[in-house]
Write a protein that binds this ligand. Structure first.
Ligand SMILES: Cc1cc2nc3c(=O)[nH]c(=O)nc-3n(C[C@H](O)[C@H](O)[C@H](O)COP(=O)(O)OP(=O)(O)OC[C@H]3O[C@@H](n4cnc5c(N)ncnc54)[C@H](O)[C@@H]3O)c2cc1C
Length: 398
């Protein structure tokens, strides 16, 4: 461990490493951190074109939960929550984890059916989750409008006690600190421009700062992961869609849980300060631009004021957007590629913040041991060619 008191410092890259990680987001940093901590592999560079945490890692709405839809992936989210719980102490950075529970609302029978189906899965897997009537929901959140006045009245929902929120910037700072103090090079302002391959094995990367040799390269570039794969001649089944979020002015705290409506498709939570960090669906167009739009603000305001009419008039303080890497089944791609030494952890869409420590731990295990950990076996890219998808979302939306 370095004696430097700084949390981290950016550094110019060396000419070769044991492992090069493309992307200084939570997935790239978590993998580097666990390679060093669990496996003693420290000769690692994290190459980040912009700055640490520039991507989705510090642009998300900070919600975590375990009760995802696909049973194959639920243990990974469970492991992530277990890891998050220890990280403030382990890295001596308060990540402001608040296990306040997550409430989701149903506004039609299809949504109720889907919640019931998922609830049975959770029961079998030992995941805490309760189905609730509108009256029970009202007891938990007295300001919720459960009357028949909204366009889509609330007809039920669930409460998932293990869910909650974690401050995204603090999570980024914590992993950057963990990496730096294990001797990992955090190289900001270094863009990867090419992947070099010889005899179907990766040999290094071309960057804006020259060639860097490495027998192992991890693509952890989030919304840009398809462009990185393309540099290696691989077509990823990933599209990049923008997603927007906003924060309101603070009001006296009244919402103690994270909350989502599956039909208005809005989600978020009230922070300890009293502001609401809220988001909605991805925009349906592919782009690499960062833009906020009027339709987003108006959709989101509509959804939240349908649930809480007295929020009408609340001012928006700030809004932002990020890029989401979406796969056809909305589950991620983790593991090896057809090129020896070229690994991938991407395609996280809506869900990559909460999962990041577990992804890092499993990818580190895979890279170090050269054996795919059980936890991520179902998530390899080959599933798209073998026809065994891991469906994470229900279509049409419910
Ligand atoms: C508005 C919004 C709300 C969200 N809400 C949630 C939520 O509540 N819960 C949840 O679990 N998830 C949420 N997500 C998703 C989550 O943020 C992402 O899945 C996650 O942050 C992805 O992390 P990452 O480390 O894979 O990628 P990123 O954090 O995007 O990191 C990738 C990095 O790669 C870098 N890069 C790109 N190209 C190159 C290159 N050529 N060379 C070098 N570096 C490069 C980028 O600059 C970037 O910093 C949300 C996303 C958005 C946009």
């Amino acid at each position: 461990m370095t004696k430097d008191k700084a949390w981290w410092r950016s550094k110019a890259p060396e000419r070769s490493y044991d492992v090069v990680i493309i992307g200084g987001g939570l997935h790239g940093m978590a993998c580097a951190y666990y390679l060093a901590k669990d496996h003693g592999i420290k000769n690692i560079a994290i190459l980040e074109r912009e700055r640490i945490g520039f991507g989705g890692s510090s642009r998300n709405t900070e919600v975590y939960r375990i009760n995802q839809r696909a049973p194959e992936i639920i243990p990974l989210y469970q492991q992530a929550v277990d890891l998050w719980k220890g990280l403030s102490a382990e890295l001596d950075v308060n990540i402001m984890m608040w296990q306040k529970g997550l409430i989701a609302l149903a506004h039609n029978n299809m949504s109720i059916d889907s919640m019931r189906m998922r609830h049975e899965t959770f029961k079998l897997m030992g995941i805490e989750n309760e189905l609730l009537t509108p009256e029970e929901l009202k007891k938990m959140v007295p300001r919720l409008d459960i009357s028949d006045t909204p366009d889509l009245p609330i007809i039920g929902g669930y409460y998932h006690p293990p869910g909650g929120s974690i401050r995204h910037d603090a999570a980024v700072w914590a992993f950057a600190k963990g990496c730096y103090h294990h001797g990992i090079d955090l190289c900001e302002g270094v863009g990867v421009t090419g992947i070099r391959i010889k005899n179907n094995s990766v040999t290094g990367v071309d960057t804006t700062k020259g060639f860097i040799a490495s027998p192992v390269v991890l693509n952890a570039a989030g919304g840009w992961s398809a462009t990185i794969a393309h540099m290696a001649g691989l077509d990823l089944p990933v599209v990049t869609l923008p997603m927007q979020a906003m924060v309101t002015e603070p009001v006296a705290p009244f919402l103690d849980q994270a909350l989502a409506s599956e039909t208005y498709f809005c989600f978020g939570n009230q922070t300890i300060k009293g502001d609401f960090v809220i988001g909605t669906h991805m925009d349906p167009w592919q782009t690499y631009k960062f833009e906020n739009t009027y339709h987003f603000a108006s959709d989101l305001a509509y959804g939240w004021t349908q649930l809480f009419p007295d929020l009408a008039g609340l001012r928006v303080m700030r809004s932002w957007n990020g890029l989401c890497d979406m796969t056809p089944d909305s589950s991620p791609i983790m593991g090896k590629t057809s090129i020896e030494g070229f690994f991938i952890d991407a395609g996280w869409g809506y869900f990559g913040f909460k999962s990041s420590p577990a992804c890092g731990k499993n990818m580190a295990g895979y890279i170090a041991e050269q054996q795919c950990p059980e936890m991520i076996k179902a998530l390899g890219i080959e599933r798209f060619y073998e026809g065994r998808l891991v469906p994470e979302t229900t279509y049409p939306r419910n």
